[in-house]
Design a binder for this molecule. Structure first.
Ligand SMILES: C[S@@+](CC[C@H](N)C(=O)[O-])C[C@H]1O[C@@H](n2cnc3c(N)ncnc32)[C@H](O)[C@@H]1O
Length: 300
């Protein structure tokens, strides 16, 4: 799992700058969130406290509030500007209801998924859509397990290594710098979930192909989303016109039926919070959870 991690300050800055226009291009993000919400319908839950981790512009916050009107929502994001946007969007979506006294006003917290500003065993449901790919899996899943109550549920999507492979290959014809973020594969993600002590982790992947007329249009979308390259070994300074032309030429090899594809490998996952007092850590670092506890955990 030796992947270069994105620079946190740049991640926060990049997403912060994207906050105002993010929703205009967040097509994939809406699709994966809807799929996650649909999967959530299969589980009978009455969460008292829900964390929307990496809440972004807060679209899922409103949907979660409608689904679980009794729950206290907490929105955490590393970019304060995203949280401001989320707060504005949430109030707009609530309409006149926002004036009613209700326990359900979300709490907005600037914070890092790798160091959550929340107490141990304090959350029943963690919903996190396309955020964990920006984090170290071991640290973030350990934090998730720490704040999840025993029997609490984690539902997430992330991105796998095949994501944007066309763009990565095209940049490789220009130079050796990292131009496209690198993503962990399912094996690494599963291992991190297990070693964090999360119970019954389940993972699967799906592919989405977005269509573009030009590679420039794709790179522009990534910038608007705030999801462009934030790797430590990215090339500094402005990217020259010549380099971009070379990327455009290399990308043409992928053109099919007049369109350029941009592949996204989406990882879907869920797991349960386990009782920290009942875990037995073996010499090899693996964690055993008593079967009795697993049976109690099943609610669907
Ligand atoms: C692709 S957006 C997804 C936003 C939202 N979940 C959605 O479905 O539209 C990723 C979000 O994660 C946030 N983020 C990135 N790294 C983070 C971290 N380490 N901790 C918390 N939030 C993070 C970004 O600021 C951004 O708002």
């Amino acid at each position: 799992m030796n992947k270069q991690l994105p620079n946190k300050t740049l991640v926060a800055k990049s997403f912060g700058q994207a906050a105002a226009n993010y929703d205009d291009v967040a097509v994939l993000q809406r699709q994966t969130a809807d799929e996650l919400l649909e999967r959530l319908l299969l589980v009978k839950l009455q969460p008292e406290c829900i964390l929307d981790l990496g809440t972004g512009t807060g679209r899922n916050l409103d949907l979660l509030a409608k689904r679980y009107p009794q729950a206290q929502l907490i929105a955490v994001d590393i970019a304060p500007a995203m949280l401001q946007q989320a707060k504005m969007n949430y109030q707009q979506a609530q309409g006149l209801k926002r004036w009613l006294p209700t326990k359900n006003k979300p709490i907005y917290l600037t914070g890092d998924a790798e160091k959550l500003p929340l107490a141990d065993n304090s959350v029943d449901l963690i919903f996190t859509n396309l955020t964990l790919q920006w984090c170290d899996p071991r640290t973030s899943f350990a934090e998730i397990q720490r704040v999840l109550r025993p029997n609490g549920l984690l539902m997430f999507t992330s991105l796998g290594p095949d994501t944007l492979h066309e763009l990565r290959q095209s940049w490789a014809t220009v130079d050796d710098y990292t131009h496209v973020n690198m993503f962990y594969d399912m094996h690494d993600v599963g291992e991190a979930m297990m070693s964090a002590g999360l119970a019954e982790p389940v993972l699967d992947t799906d592919r989405f192909i977005l269509s573009y007329d030009t590679s420039m249009a794709l790179m522009k979308d990534l910038k608007v989303l705030g999801a462009h390259n934030v790797n430590a070994d990215r090339r500094r300074g402005l990217t020259g016109k010549q380099a971009l032309n070379q990327v455009a030429i290399a990308y043409e090899q992928f053109r099919k039926n007049k369109i350029l594809p941009a592949t996204y490998e989406v990882v879907y996952g869920h797991a349960w919070g386990s009782d920290k007092n009942n875990q037995q850590v073996a010499n090899d670092g693996s964690i055993s959870i008593p079967v009795s506890q697993i049976q109690r955990r099943r609610t669907s």
